[in-house]
Design a protein around this ligand. Structure first.
Ligand SMILES: O=P(O)(O)OC[C@H]1O[C@H](O)[C@H](O)[C@@H](O)[C@@H]1O
Length: 613
């Protein structure tokens, strides 16, 4: 769609072009030598680091050359028309005209995007695209089972979808009832991360005003938050279907949520297993628990579907179907978008356009944040959903060659025009550390429901005007933006949006040479949490031993740390004791003597905390 006149607007001076070519030569020569010197890891590391610097340098140079963004209205209109991506069947448009990439950049990125397309083709054929966990990556097969690499996987996908639809229909129709013979009226989803964010986004986006079952979420191990959800259910706990979602089946927060809910069921005189559903990998701890306890239903998750890309698996489909959302439409929208993203013509590939824009805007190193601004209340949680999809996929310390790259793109945002009254001031005039992504929804209200709140103007016109005004105001101050437009928020358009961003993340990961499908950093946090709890047990033991002495033996923090053999953890020991004291915890363990006794814990010379033991 670009014409030669466009390249004249963006073509840098000829001297820069020759410089670009020499930079390119340096990159390719380095890359060439590095691939043939596997043993010489240091030089390989250095070479790659240099190559990455050089390629980023190319982006910087192109940007330096490309001072300021195009402001001529005619040229901008031409750029808009030339670059507008339209998926007619989905009614989805992608406008990248307000991102200032140049023709040279496009040229520079073409071979890299072609490689990304090849990586994606191999991934969809069943390659081990998650090398660190030696797994396939199969979320695209969930909406196109015929693409699965073998009939076993295809049948697993098809059978699970059938089982989800069948079960949801039986619950909604009342064929499956609660133990007391009533219909189920509520869903309580217990899960975290990818086992919550997709279902939460879709519920907010698509749940009807009066769904057959209303959903609420426990997505944290916060006792007060859990109490709040259970209190809000009240007597409706008796007609609540509890869906416990955990791919691994062992996530502590989810396990705690389950135990807390089961306690609430016991206290209400209800039988949890008759109202419990598990969605997890077969033979996981959760799956075996549900099987042994005879829960109402169990649905499988597959190791080749990541948590953050599981919305089109039972994780997202079952909660959505129970709310009366057309999940086959959601799958169809995703499949259509997937098909559109299989072209190797960059300009016709919306996911590739997004990935290319992200690379330009963030220099391929995450130098700017992605601000996500849906101008539609129902898409409020899209940015939270994208935070995990983008940041847990791209936020990686090492690339596939072992180079330390600390990659990623930070994502934040809520909705417009609301956010214009919060932080748009900084976006417009403050630190220039972001690019915006507007999500535009053309249909303001269902047909026949609109009215003019002033002559010729509706409420939706204001929303439209605010989006366009913000886009213009940012651009006039050289703030770049992307706009994704859908006709309305439907299962099909939501499925398409999910698929668009899943694919863009995958392509971008290829561009920056990282594994988008594992999450090693999360394990570190989980391990550290386990160590805190283990230390807490040791502190308890020491305090209880001291409390059994006559008279009670006062202890200093140093002594406690010494007796725990953890002198280096004195600060954590203080925090553990302070947290327990704040919760009036009688620090009692097995073998303690008599009723709770107070013990003085000296926090240094001057402070004294009275603790109950
Ligand atoms: O679904 P689960 O196995 O319980 O995992 C829930 C979440 O745990 C971790 O935070 C992972 O990094 C996420 O990708 C995952 O979605």
């Amino acid at each position: 769609m670009a014409s030669s006149s466009l390249s004249s607007i963006y073509s840098p001076s000829s001297s820069f072009k020759s410089e670009l070519k020499s930079l390119h030569k340096i990159t390719s020569s380095h890359l060439g030598s590095s691939t043939h010197s596997p043993n010489n890891s240091k030089s390989r590391f250095t070479v790659h680091a240099v190559a990455r610097e050089v390629s980023n340098d190319v982006v910087h140079k192109l940007k330096k050359e490309n001072v300021g963004l195009e402001k001529n209205p005619n040229a901008l209109w031409k750029r808009y028309v030339d670059w507008l991506y339209q998926h007619k069947e989905l009614g989805l448009y992608l406008d990248v005209s307000r991102v200032g990439f140049s023709d040279e950049f496009i040229e520079e990125m073409e071979p890299r995007l072609q490689k990304a397309f090849k990586d994606m083709q191999e991934l969809e054929k069943g390659a081990i695209a998650n090398p660190d966990e030696r797994r396939m990556v199969g979320h695209y097969w969930l909406r196109s089972p015929h693409l699965a690499p073998n009939s076993f996987l295809r049948l697993q996908i098809e059978n699970t979808l059938e089982a989800v639809c069948h079960f949801a229909n039986d619950v909604v129709s009342g064929k499956i009832k609660t133990p007391s013979g009533s219909r189920f009226t509520q869903i309580l989803s217990v899960g975290i991360g990818g086992s919550a964010l997709g279902p939460q986004f879709v519920a907010e986006a698509l749940a009807p005003d009066n769904p057959p079952l209303k959903i609420r979420f426990i997505d944290n191990t916060d006792p007060a938050g859990i109490d709040h959800q259970i209190a809000q259910l009240g007597p409706e706990l008796a007609t609540t279907l509890v869906i416990v979602i955990s791919k691994s089946g062992g996530t502590p927060e989810t396990r705690n949520g389950l135990l807390e809910v089961q306690k609430a069921f016991r206290e209400a005189g209800l039988i949890f297993s008759k109202q419990g559903v598990a969605i997890t990998q077969e033979n996981s701890l959760l799956d075996n628990t549900a099987r042994i306890e005879g829960w109402l239903a169990r649905f499988p998750m597959f190791d080749w579907v990541g948590g953050r890309t599981s919305e089109m698996s039972a994780v997202g489909l079952l909660p959505a179907a129970l709310q009366g959302i057309d999940i086959r439409e959601m799958l169809a929208g995703a499949a259509s978008m997937d098909e559109a993203n299989r072209t190797t013509v960059v300009r016709d590939n919306p996911a590739a356009l997004l990935a290319m824009c992200w690379y330009w805007a963030t220099d391929g190193v995450g130098s700017k944040d992605m601000v996500v601004l849906p101008y539609k209340d129902s898409l409020l949680l899209f940015s939270r959903y994208l935070q995990q999809l983008v940041m847990e996929s791209l936020g990686k310390e090492f690339d596939l060659d072992g180079n330390r790259v600390n990659q990623g793109i930070s994502v934040y945002g809520n909705k417009g025009s609301t956010d214009q009254h919060a932080y748009i001031q900084q976006l417009r005039e403050g630190v220039h550390n972001f690019f915006a992504t507007f999500i535009e929804v053309l249909r303001d209200r269902p047909p026949g429901h609109d009215w003019e709140l002033e002559p010729g103007v509706t409420c939706g016109d204001y929303l439209f005007g605010m989006l366009q005004g913000t886009r213009s105001a940012l651009y006039s101050n050289d703030r770049e933006s992307i706009t994704v437009t859908v006709q309305e928020v439907t299962p099909r358009s939501v499925g398409a949006l999910v698929a668009l961003y899943e694919r863009a993340v995958g392509l971008y990961a290829s561009l920056v040479n990282i594994n988008a499908y594992h999450q090693p950093g999360v394990e570190a946090g989980k391990k550290a949490a386990g160590e805190v709890l283990a230390l807490q047990k040791r502190v308890l033991q020491v305090l209880n031993e001291a409390s059994c002495k006559e008279p009670v033996e006062p202890l200093t923090l140093d002594e406690i740390a010494h007796r725990c053999h953890c002198e280096d953890d004195i600060e954590m020991i203080y925090k553990i004791i302070a947290h327990m004291a704040a919760n009036d915890r009688a620090l009692i363990a097995e073998g303690s003597c008599g009723s709770p006794r107070s013990i003085k814990v000296y926090l240094g010379e001057c402070n004294v905390d009275e603790l109950y033991v």
